[in-house]
Ligand binder design. Structure first.
Ligand code: ZN
Length: 200
C-alpha cells in the first residue's frame, strides 16, 4: 500500500480551476504508480473539500500547518483546500520597507558571525571536545558538532550570540507578517490544496 501526497496553491475554487487540480493530481499519481499492474490508477481522484469552510488562514504557512496538524482526519478519505490571505501580494509600505531592510541586515550579520566563528577557523589543527575529550582533526567537524558525541563545539558566547541574531530575525519576520496582515481586506484569498492519493 503506497500513497503520495503534496500541496498546490490555486487562485480560486471555480470548477475550471478544480478540474485542472484533479488533472495535476492524476498525473502525479500516474507518474508514481505501476501502470502495468494498475492501469486505471489516477483516473478517480478523491474529491477536494473546503477545509474548515469560512475560515481564512493568516498566511500560506498557517494554512499548511493546519492541514498537516489534522492530516489524520482527512488524508486517504478526501482531499482538502484551505483558504488563506496571500500576504506576498501586500503593498510594500514605507514601514514594511524599513523592516525588510533591517531583516536583510540581520541576516547578513548572522551569516558573517556564523562564518567567522566556525570551528574551521580555529588556528589549531586539532580540536579537543570538552565533553568526550576526543582530539578531532578539524576537517572531520561538520556544523560545529563533535563527530563522536555530537556535542556543540562552539563557545557559550557564540551559541548565545547566534541565538540572539536568530531571535531578532524571527521578531522582524513576525512584525513584517503583522504589517502585511493590516492590509487583509485588500489581500487576495488563495487556496492551499492538500492531497493524499493511493498509488497501488
Ligand atoms: Zn565529543
Amino acid at each position: 500500500m503506497s500513497w503520495i501526497g503534496g500541496e498546490f496553491i490555486i487562485n480560486d475554487m471555480k470548477e475550471k480551476t478544480l478540474k485542472e487540480v484533479y488533472s495535476s493530481i492524476s498525473s502525479a499519481v500516474r507518474h508514481n504508480a505501476d501502470l502495468e499492474e494498475f492501469p486505471y490508477m489516477g483516473t478517480d481522484i478523491m474529491k477536494i473539500k473546503p477545509f474548515h469552510k469560512g475560515k481564512i488562514y493568516d498566511s500560506q504557512e498557517e494554512a499548511s500547518k493546519a492541514l498537516s496538524e489534522s492530516y489524520a482526519s482527512w488524508a486517504k478519505e478526501y482531499n482538502v483546500a484551505a483558504a488563506f490571505y496571500d500576504t506576498s501580494a501586500a503593498k510594500e509600505t514605507k514601514h514594511i520597507k524599513t523592516l525588510k531592510e533591517r531583516l536583510e541586515k540581520e541576516h547578513q550579520k548572522l551569516n558573517d558571525y556564523v562564518k567567522k566563528n566556525d570551528c574551521k577557523n580555529f588556528k589549531a589543527k586539532l580540536i579537543t571536545c570538552p565533553k568526550c575529550e576526543s582530539k578531532i582533526n578539524k576537517k572531520y567537524i561538520l556544523r560545529n558538532m563533535c563527530p563522536l558525541c555530537k556535542h556543540d563545539l562552539r563557545s557559550k558566547t557564540v551559541i548565545e550570540t547566534t541565538q540572539r541574531y536568530q531571535n531578532n530575525i524571527q521578531k522582524l519576520s513576525d512584525e513584517i507578517h503583522q504589517e502585511n496582515l493590516k492590509q487583509k481586506e485588500k489581500l487576495p484569498v488563495r487556496y492551499l490544496v492538500g492531497y493524499c492519493e493511493y498509488i497501488g
